[in-house]
Design a protein around this ligand. Sequence first.
Ligand code: ZN
Ligand code: ZN
Length: 142
Amino acid sequence: MKISIDRIKKEGVVDLEYEDEQFQKKGLREFAEQPLKIKVTLRLVGSNNISVKGDIDGEFSLICDRCCEEFVHHKHLIIDEVFELDKKELSERMVNLDLKIRDYVLESFPIKILCKEDCKGICSGCGVNLNTQECKCRFKNK
Ligand SMILES: [Zn+2]
Ligand SMILES: [Zn+2]
């Protein structure tokens, strides 16, 4: 989604409600089955900054970094940020909102994605998922 800077300037405040499909590409670590629902209010701050306030809502299919199982994570973010417009945006007079939303959403994910706080992971010896199964090599190694 790109919005004209001059439109925001003229209208003062621009309310947007749209679906964001940029997280639906296969191969992403943060993959969304459905488009994200975005509801934001845009306002210029000075001549080089833009205020983005609103809601981001969606469901992500994530892979746990510890047990490698896929799980669904519902994400609801409140956004209230001021972004600096870059040179390209200022020269094109267009705000690249997708980029800002993408960075904001990605930053909300931890470096290590876990299906649950206390995920037990996979046994390096027998390879079972320790959340659902007993380790089969426990007694052999002792
Ligand atoms: Zn896990
Ligand atoms: Zn084991």
